[in-house]
Write a protein that binds this ligand. Structure first.
Ligand code: GRF
Length: 201
């Protein structure tokens, strides 16, 4: 039985695309049941529609955070979603939301956490400047990119990099490790012990 997953996005959705492609594989233990965006013009919604997957705009403006999250939870319940993946979703979730999906929300971040949390992680890496950065998939907790780490992969930073070249190099890694982490998650192979995530055989 394949596990229903929701992907929450705010933008282009290249990570969503990687998940859609991976979940199309026969061996996938997950399927994308619904894609939700807080931005109506997010191209990721179009990517979902092209696959015949429900693509739902849940606006965050002119409503409280609680109401926004309640609207998202309604959609998740409607589609019987069991796991949630944040893939470029630019809103921070509250403890109340996270308790509804306790240890079932993943996020992809374009740095080797705990370095460079928050927005513009790639620019932060260039500004520092570091010679190695990367991407991290982690469980979501109430902090900003602070939850237990599932997979990380490094990416070199070259002296002639600009924001575009570095983003592209990191994205290639994101597109690999996010589907990997989701498959491990839905297979029940991730065991959280404190801040440590053990990958079971
Ligand atoms: C990615 O770099 C992700 O790590 C970050 O936002 C970006 C989203 O890109 N959280 P995309 O919409 O998946 O192309």
């Amino acid at each position: 039985m394949s596990t229903p997953v929701a992907v929450l996005i705010s933008g282009s959705g290249t990570n969503l695309q990687a998940l859609l492609d991976d979940c199309d594989c026969q061996s996938s233990l997950a399927h994308i049941a619904v894609v939700i965006s807080n931005r109506r013009d997010a191209y990721g919604l179009e990517r979902a529609r092209q696959r015949g997957i429900p693509a739902i705009w849940v606006p965050h403006r002119k409503k409280s955070r609680e109401d926004f999250e309640a609207d998202i939870l309604d959609v998740l319940q409607q589609y019987k979603v069991e796991w949630v993946v944040l893939a470029g979703f630019m809103r921070v979730l509250t403890a109340k939301f996270l308790s509804a999906y306790h240890q079932r929300v993943l996020n992809i971040h374009p740095s080797l956490l705990p370095a460079f949390p928050g927005i513009n992680a790639q620019q932060q890496a260039l500004d520092y400047p570091v010679k190695i950065t990367g991407a991290t998939v982690h469980f979501v907790d109430t902090g900003m990119d602070t939850g237990p780490i599932i997979i990380q992969e490094s990416v070199p930073v070259y002296t002639d990099d600009d924001i575009s070249s570095l983003k592209t190099r990191i994205l290639a890694v994101e597109h690999k490790i996010l589907p990997q982490a989701l498959q491990l998650a839905v297979a029940g192979r991730l065991l959280i012990e404190g801040r440590t995530v053990q990958v079971l055989d």
